[in-house]
Structures are given as C-alpha cells and as structure tokens.
Design a protein around this ligand. Structure first.
Ligand SMILES: *Cc1c(COP(=O)(O)O)cnc(C)c1O
Length: 467
C-alpha cells in the first residue's frame, strides 16, 4: 500500500500544527514532574491554553458542539487524515473529554515508570467491552477455538457480559478462576489459545485480590496481556501498571465521580502492551488505548457526553484526599461491625483478620502519603460488606431500617449507600454462580461515604437492633 501524498495547502496546516503540538508536549513534560494532586487538579489544561485558546477560563470549557468546523478543504483533509490535532466530531473525540483522558492517563501511570494513553467511554461497561474485544478478533491462520481466563469474582455486569455476550452468544470459551489469589489456578487454565487474563481487584462486592505482579508475570510468560478492573481502588490507592498490567479499566461512575452525577468509563493502556494478537496497526501494541480510540471506538460509538466528562473531571481533582477520608471512615465502620453480635462476617481488606489483607497491604497505599519513614500509608478504599446472622429475611430487615444510608445499587459515592447483591447486582447470574462467587443472600454491601463515621455507625447500630 503506497502512502497518500498531500498537496502544499495540506502541508501548510501540518506545519502550523507543529507549534501547538510543541506547546502541548512542553506542558506534558512539566505535568509529568508534578505530584499526583497537582496533576489531578490541573491535568493538561495550562495557563497558556486558557489564555490563548479559551478566553482565560480557569476551568476547562464544556464543549457541547457535535462537530468542529475547518477553515478550508486543505485543513479538512489534514484533519481527517489525522495529520493535525483535531477532534472533528464528538463521537470520535471531544475537547472536554480530551482533558479527562489526559488526566486519567497521567494519574494511572503516575510513578509507574511507564507512559500510558487513555480512552474515555460512556460507561464502565463500554470501557470493558472496548478493552477486551480487540483481542478476540479472528486471526487469519489462527485456531477456531479461542479462550480467555478470568476471575469469577467480578462486577455483576462484567460477569453477564462474559458469560452471556461472549460465551453463549459468540462461542468464546470463558475459563473461570474461582480463587483468583491462587496463581496455580490461573496457570492451569491458560493455553496457547488464551488471548488475555482478566482480573478485578478489589472486586465488587467481595474485594477479592491477588498478587498483581505475579499475575502479570504469568500473563507475559504466555505473551498475553493482563486486563485489570481497578474501579474500587482508583489510581489514588493502586496503579496496576506499576506491577506490569497492560490495560486498566475503570468505571468512572464510581469513586472517581463520587458526586454521583455522571456515568463514564476509562480504558488506560501501558505503552507498549504485551500481546501476540497480530494487528497491522502500529498503535495496537504501542498505544492500545489510542488504537481503540482511532478505530473500533469510532465504529461502535460508545462515546461519553461532554457533560459527563466535565462532571468526572471536576470530581477527579480531589480524588486523593477523598479516597483517604472515605477509606478511614470505612475502616471505622468495619471495626464497629466486626464486634457486633448480629454480624457473623465482615469483608474488608483493611481488617487484619481478612485472609487477603496481607496481599492487599502490599498493593493498596495512598499515593504520595508518608508514614514518617518514607513509606506510603495503607488505605483500602470504601467498599466493604457484612453478613447478617440468621435467615436472609434478617438481612432485609436490617437493610430496610437504614435511615441515613441510602438503599441503592450504587457505590463509590460521597454518601453512604448499601445494597443486597443477591437480589440486585448479582440477581441475574443465578444461584450457582452466586454460590461460586460467595455471595449469599445474607450479605449486605456497604460503601461508606464522607459523612462523619459516628453517624453512619449510629445508623447501622439502630438498624441492627431490628433483630
Ligand atoms: C460499576 C462497575 C462497572 C461498570 O461500570 P458502569 O459505569 O456502571 O458501566 C465495572 N466494574 C466495576 C468494578 C464496577 O463497580
């Protein structure tokens, strides 16, 4: 295939764009030297960008326009050939979303020793679909039967996506790992036709965990990527790229947009990723998130509303201090529930008695914190669950008595919310899958917000008195 040639008018725009690109590159170099909080607050939106391009607005503008206009045919041609920075059409890209993508790429790769790229999507599920699909395409001379290996302890929507959309509808073999902390179980399920490994940690709702680095090493020994859903940790508490992960996905809907005003997702990839899937596009391996953005994403259309990008961007600015606060609150609540006579089990990675506490302790720390000895302080997020004594009706009784805590199929909020997964998030997957995933009807999932923890504890206490 010969490369196309462009006229001098087109090349004039390419020349002109070099100045803008150099400006952005200089700011990027600076941003990479900042601390986590500074990146979260400013991202790639600089003083120069505000003054020269956005009438001095100190906050990133919300660009609602569906499309971008061009000066003439030459600029249009240069833009559509991706020769100059352009956003073109909001399904393809959008300036507001662009700021969010860069902030997420920088935060997720912070102190990992790697560069990363990011694609923001309309939801967490869209990010997951965009992350896994490119690895599941049929290869020319490849095998008929392909598979992927995944933890079974997943967000309910992801379980359905894999079990129904991928396995039942498309005939892709999904190999479930029931104890993801056991590396031998992963190893026993991988073969030549495995396209990727998929892990979620801490998982929703049970906070399953594993040795992230060991799992990335297993994936790479087979020349396949590790795809990781780190929604419950957020980049403030864990950045799996530091441990060798190739692709990280987030539901931005949760702790990142804690205000609860928007749905969104993000796919962040390390540059480059490990994969043996052949794809002619150089970005596929070198900058996977960008590859997805340029090609499949454009064709499938899971683009976010710029409004939602703006909400996410706004909440993201305070991510670190907020995750610190809600993690501490959750720890207080977990301690209270652990000693409560009507509660027979508390699952929280922060509790020293939790079987996965030692491994989580190695990975979950508050970024840029200091315990006085130069080590980061452990923080475990705000998701926990507890199991109420007696028959399932007891859990429902307690649940129905909450006065401050919202009953909602939601988490990651600035407000405390609770749900019963067996009848909500994990209702569709059926009794057997719930048994394998260890989600009994007695289990209440609680995500502790930023209220004073004493008030949350008082609400739990009065509710437990129903029994
Ligand atoms: C909510 C959630 C998702 C799905 O995200 P949406 O934004 O709701 O599509 C994926 N993974 C985890 C861990 C989640 O909690």
């Amino acid at each position: 295939m010969s490369s196309p040639t462009y006229g001098p008018g087109v090349m004039k725009y390419v020349e002109e764009a070099k100045k803008l690109l150099a400006e952005r590159e200089a700011h990027l170099v600076q941003a990479k030297k900042w601390k986590f909080d500074t990146i979260a607050v400013h991202g790639l939106y600089s003083v120069e960008e505000a003054l020269h391009h956005n009438q001095g607005a100190i906050i990133e503008p919300l660009y609602l326009a569906s499309s971008q206009a061009y000066r003439d045919a030459d600029e249009l041609e240069a833009a559509l050939a991706y020769l100059i920075p352009t956003w073109c059409y909001t399904r393809i890209a959008n300036p507001t979303t662009y700021y969010l993508e860069w902030a997420m790429a920088l935060l997720e790769s912070y102190k990992t020793g790697h560069d990363a790229s990011c694609l923001v999507t309309a939801s967490g599920m869209a990010a997951i679909a965009q992350a896994v699909d490119p690895f599941l395409i049929k290869q020319k001379s490849g095998p008929e039967k392909i598979n992927f290996v995944t933890s079974i302890r997943l967000y309910g929507g992801t379980y359905q996506h894999f079990n129904v959309r991928k396995a039942k509808e498309r005939g892709i073999e999904v190999r479930w790992v029931t104890h993801p902390e056991d590396m031998n179980e992963w190893k026993a399920k991988i073969d030549e036709d495995t396209r990727f490994l998929y892990m979620e940690a801490p998982s929703n709702p049970l906070q399953s965990f594993c040795d992230v680095k060991a799992l990335a090493d297993v994936a790479h020994s087979w020349e396949i990527p590790l795809i990781f859903d780190a929604t419950c940790a957020t980049p403030a508490l864990m950045r799996p790229i530091a441990s060798g992960c190739d692709v990280v996905v987030h539901s931005l809907t949760k702790s990142i947009t804690a205000g609860g005003t928007a749905i969104g997702g993000a796919l962040i990839s390390r540059k480059p990723i490990v994969t043996k899937v052949r794809n002619d596009h150089p970005l596929f391996k070198d900058s996977f998130a960008e590859y997805v953005k340029f090609l499949p994403y454009r064709d499938y259309g899971p683009s976010p509303s710029p409004f939602n990008s703006m909400f996410a961007l706004n909440d993201l600015r305070t991510l670190r201090s907020r995750m610190d606060l809600v993690s501490r609150n959750c720890m207080d609540v977990a301690r209270f529930l652990e000693t409560h006579p009507k509660v027979y089990q508390v699952d929280y990675l922060g509790c020293p008695g939790d079987p996965l506490h030692p491994i989580a302790k190695r990975y979950m720390t508050l970024v840029d914190s200091n315990d006085g000895n130069g080590n980061e302080i452990n923080r475990y997020g705000h998701l926990m669950s507890f199991r109420v004594d007696g028959p399932p009706e007891n859990a429902r009784k307690v649940f129905d008595r909450f006065k401050l805590i919202f009953r909602a199929t939601d988490l990651g909020r600035i407000k405390s919310v609770a749900t019963i997964p067996a009848i909500s998030t994990h209702q569709q997957q059926g009794e057997e899958a719930r048994r394998l995933a260890d989600i009994p009807p007695q289990l209440i999932r609680l995500c502790v917000g930023a209220e004073d923890p004493a008030d949350v504890i008082a609400d739990l206490d009065q509710a437990l008195h129903a029994l």
